[in-house]
Design a protein around this ligand. Sequence first.
Ligand code: UDP
Ligand code: MG
Length: 314
Amino acid sequence: MDISIVVPVLNEEESLPLLYERLTEVLAGSGYRYEIIIVDDGSTDRSFEVMRELYERDEHLRLIRFRRNYGQTAAFAAGFDRARGDVVITLDADLQNDPADIPALMAKIAEGYDVVSGWRVNRQDRFLDRRLPSAIANCLIGWATGVRIHDYGCSLKAYRRDILADVQLYGELHRFIPALAHAAGGRVTEIPVRHHPRRFGKAKYGLSRTLKVILDILAVRFLMSYSTRPIHIFGLLGLFSLGIGSIVLLYLAVVRLLLLRPIGDRPLTLLGILLTMLGVQLITSGLLAELVTRTYYESQGKPIYTVREELSRE
Ligand code: UDP
Ligand code: MG
């Protein structure tokens, strides 16, 4: 199998037949061996029935139906878990992405990239509540992760399947796959892709997405740099706080014991105590995080490295 297409679907009954047609047109003409995995993320309309009708007619299709709505990330993850193609390509079901861009994505993969991200140069969404928040988010993600691509939010992306095995998805982290793949040593690039306005159905996200993205950035940044050595970040902050706190308390001790002046009413006393306690707490949090990390890696037999290739006679 060359290509696995993964499509998350939430209430897209009108778009599905058209999407299927476009995909088949592009893929059947390309000569690739392919499968189309459609993941129904708890649709409440006729999406699944529409999919089932297509499934009866075409053996390239595979369907997964969630019991309830788990979100786009879970839908992608379900597709990734089942994908058999060497390359996995994701796109939205709402026809905003164009299957005609698939050959260009494949060409980049053939150049040796592990992740090729679509960049909606001419994005057809409203400015204020879609394009603006997304521009800010892209900037922040690029800055926090060091992977400077223009359009993290674009669903049209291609991945070499083995890089996906090294990326664990949680929460709403599908947007961060290029960054996570980069952290796992993958080669990431982007190409401009087409984008169309939504013709049917409704957009599923609102502005609250932006705040969540900001929190996700924090988590991803932490995981990328410190997940195998949390004591380095907690401990450093803790030592800093403890250091300053100790100096303050030492100074106050001199004032009280040698100069015999009262210190009870000085704000500095509070600050000294606060910083010292904070320092101790941060360091112990770091130690706890070390324990958690070990449990995380060892309980799953998860290596702390990722391997691209291995040559051996064993
Ligand atoms: N989607 C999904 N589960 C959700 C929300 C969305 O599977 O909880 C699907 C949706 O059907 C569409 C894609 O994810 O195929 C992107 O959704 P949408 O077009 O609303 O988002 P946007 O284009 O604004 O990123
Ligand atoms: Mg859309």
